[in-house]
Every structure is written in C-alpha cells, then in structure tokens.
Design a protein. Structure first.
Length: 355
C-alpha cells in the first residue's frame, strides 16, 4: 500500500489506505494530527520530519512532492505547461492543482513525460481509484491536467482523445440548520475570526473570496459586497447583511486593516484559506457540531436557507455566482421546506391502524 506526502503551508500532508502499522509509524512523529473530515494525517513541516518520513516510509512512497521537486522545477515541460495555463487564463488555484497532478503523474511513471502512452495514463487513473482511493472528481481533474499537457504542451492530442473518464459523482451538499449556524457564529470570541464566518454565511462567499476582500469591496450605502474576480474570473455583487456590517465595523475599529480586509501574519498578505478552515473547525468543535462539514458548508447553508425563505432560485444563482442554473438547482434537493410537506406512507398506515 502506497504512501502519498505533500506540503501545504507549514504542514506535511500524509495519505495512505488504512494500515495499523502505518498508523503506529505516523504517531511516532511529534505533533501529528488525524483529520477525520479529509481522511489525512498532518505533521509539522520541518527538516527533521522530512527525514523521518523518508526513513519510515522509504519502500512505500509513491509520491512525495518535496522529493520530486528538484527533478521537476527545472523541467522545461512543467515550465511550458505553467506558461500555457497562465495564457489560457486559468486561476492560480487551478494552475497549482494541474501542475501538482503532473508532478504526481511524473513521479508515478518514472520516465520522460515526452514518452507517455495511453496505457500508462489508464494505469495511473486506475491506481488513483483503486490503490489511493481517490474520488471520481479528483481522478477527473488528474486526467484533465494530463490532457492539457498532451494537447497544449506535447502537441499530441491523439494520446487522450478517447480516454474513458470515471462517471461524475452526484453528491448532495451537507447543510447546517439555522440553529447550527447560529451556534457556530456564537462560538468564537476572536472578532476577526467571527467576522470572517459572519461574512461567509451572510453573503454565501467562497473561502477564496472572503480572504481576498478589501475594505473598498464593502459598499455599506448600497448594502452590497463586490466580489472581484471570483471563481471563473467573474466579478459579481452579493448581499451585505446589516448584522454582518455591524460586526465588520466592530472588527475594523479593533484591527484597523490596511491593504487586505483580513491580513495574515504578514500585513502585506491576506489570511490563508487553510487558516479560515481551521477557524471554522475550531468553531464547530466548540459548538459541538457532529456533521462532517467544511467552511464551504456555510455557503451551502446560505443558499438553502434563502430557498427555504422563499427567495427565487434565479436570484440565489446570481448571488452565488453560478454560471449554470443547474448548479444552483442542487439546493432544491436539500431544502427542508419541500421535504417537510411530504408524508411517509408509514405515517398514514399507523394513523389508519389507530382508527
């Protein structure tokens, strides 16, 4: 069973299929953590931990971005792919994901990317699904990145032209109840963290949007928030809650942000998405929320609660910044309002029996 290790911020992310032996090994490292929501282990990013991981999992390592970085950073194909992605207008997040997929693929096949074959791509996709236990959406993105490499960099579009992709999973979003959201928003004392969560829920923001907010994006006269270059490089406006505005003013008086509305440790940079995720997880822990949720669940809850309150789906689509109405329609499947009006046939059966 393979072990996959990547770096994110100041942590090393360790993934492997369930194995008691591997669990014992990872627990031998000081500062380890198990993240049940993402099914990954993390350890602090230090030189000592890098050496320890290499020693512990030497025979099982299938991918370690830190190990292959030296091989790929000067790879002209990787450099060309990064340039092509930029020219095509792909977001930083997508560019990073695509490049990392190609690095993982290069590490797996252990040969020149110029010489890859359809069979190797197919084998890699099956490896991700069966050995790594990756989701269909993850594998589809990996295939998309390889397809981009073949079409735009290698100029070999025939390589992956008829490649079979895993069927896209149809999953419903996990939605928090109004009461659960209230508990989460009341759980934190830190005004900065509280303000971030207030804005995400009250305006249906993506975490990548809230971290990039600036003071002039808040239009308190029109009670709107200007989202600049959100997902798909689209600008949009969404609602500014009166309560969120009051919380914003309280936060502004305390912190007096300059460039970014929510700066990180370095005032010239905004807070990271990972930090916001940690803030949300901490709030859920304090609020004793048992559902497996992420900070994005606040956005899902915003949309669902609006729909339950009678807001037209077209307006919700606009507020969320969805290109297709089909994306927004998913919330009709989780709204409590419509489901509550349906009676189970069992209830009718018991009612009739009582007579």
């Amino acid at each position: 069973m393979s072990v996959n290790i990547t770096k994110e911020d100041n942590e090393l992310i360790v993934r492997f299929p369930y194995s008691p032996d591997k669990i014992v090994k990872i627990k031998s490292i000081k500062g380890y953590k198990w993240h049940v929501d993402k099914k990954v282990w993390t350890v602090p990013y230090t030189e000592d931990n890098i050496k320890t991981l290499k020693a512990l999992f030497k025979k099982e390592l299938q991918n370690f971005e830190l190990m292959v970085e030296e091989k790929t950073k000067d790879n002209p194909l990787i450099a060309s792919m990064e340039e092509e992605l930029k020219l095509k207008g792909y977001s930083f997040k997508t560019r990073k994901a695509y490049i990392n997929h190609i690095k993982r693929f290069a590490s797996y096949i252990k040969k020149d990317l110029n010489a890859i074959t359809n069979e190797e791509i197919r084998e890699y996709a099956l490896f991700l699904l069966e050995e790594e236990g990756k989701s269909n959406s993850y594998v589809n993105q990996a295939i998309s990145s390889i397809k981009f490499l073949c079409n735009k960099v290698l100029k070999q579009s025939g390589l992956i032209a008829t490649f079979t992709r895993p069927k896209r999973e149809k999953k419903l979003p996990v939605v928090l109840s109004f009461q659960e959201v209230t508990k989460i928003l009341k759980a934190l004392d830190n005004e900065k963290h509280k303000t971030i969560l207030f804005l995400i829920y009250s305006a249906g923001l993506r975490v990548g949007e809230v971290v990039k907010l600036k003071a002039d994006h808040i239009d308190s006269e029109r009670m709107l928030i200007h989202i600049v270059q959100g997902k798909g490089r689209k600008d949009r406006y969404t609602v500014l809650s009166q309560i969120a505005l009051s919380q914003l003013r309280k936060y502004f008086m305390l912190y007096k942000p300059e460039i970014w509305l929510f700066p990180g440790q370095d005032n010239k940079k905004h807070i990271t998405e990972r930090t916001v995720e940690k803030v949300f997880k901490n709030a859920c822990k304090i609020a004793k929320i048992k559902k497996e949720v992420s900070v994005h669940s606040l956005r899902h809850s915003f949309a669902t609660h609006l729909l339950e309150g009678g807001t037209d789906l077209r307006y919700i689509q606009e507020l969320l910044g969805h290109t297709s109405s089909k994306t927004t329609e998913i919330y009709t499947h989780v709204t409590e309002k419509s489901l509550r009006n349906i009676s189970s046939p069992l209830d009718k059966m018991l009612f009739n029996n009582e007579k």
